[in-house]
Write a protein that binds this ligand. Structure first.
Ligand code: THU
Length: 160
């Protein structure tokens, strides 16, 4: 038996340390929290995607009295972008969340189902999706969903 290790790499940045384009993306994710329909959790999540053509598409969590029928902000944004602009790869995804006390000090990161959907986008367009997780105390930045989802499962795994 031998031990093997996986490393993930992430940077912690202040907003001013990001490019202008990424600052805008984070600000759009923060603003998108206002579009959340979070009547049950009162947890407001916003996502903003930068597409290959420079377009920004936003999403926000949408809840439902039948709880499993709701959808996270990330998948709302991704499925909306895919439905409207299917030829555009997703370059970057920014996520922000707030509760009754305002924006969270520490970032949240996407749930497992959203990570899998982001990974599918990387596989579909053969490009990594950079992910910016906003927290008031710092923004976590990873260069690919693979950093959030080690041992991931993609289409090619079924064809080996
Ligand atoms: N939520 C998101 O939209 N994105 C995440 O990354 C985590 C959770 C939503 C789902 C639900 O509407 C609420 O936050 C509480 O879980």
């Amino acid at each position: 038996m031998k031990e093997q290790n996986l490393n993930i790499r992430y940077m912690v940045a202040q907003l001013s340390e990001l490019s202008q384009q990424e600052q805008e993306l984070v600000n759009r994710a923060k603003a998108a929290t206002s579009n959340a329909y979070a009547n049950y959790s009162h947890f407001y999540v916003g996502a903003a995607l930068l597409l290959g053509d420079g377009r920004i598409v936003i999403g926000a969590n949408q809840e439902n009295a039948a709880f499993p029928s709701g959808l996270c902000a990330e998948r709302s944004a991704i499925f909306g972008a895919q439905s409207n602009y299917p030829d555009q790869p997703i370059l970057t995804l920014a996520i922000a969340a707030r509760n009754g006390n305002g924006f969270l000090k520490s970032p949240i990161s996407p749930c497992g189902a959203c990570r899998q959907v982001i990974l599918e986008m990387e596989d579909r367009y053969q490009r990594p999706v950079r992910i910016l997780l906003y927290g008031e105390n710092g923004i976590y930045c990873v260069d690919s969903s693979k950093d959030l989802l080690p041992f991931s499962f993609v289409d090619s795994n079924m064809k080996e």
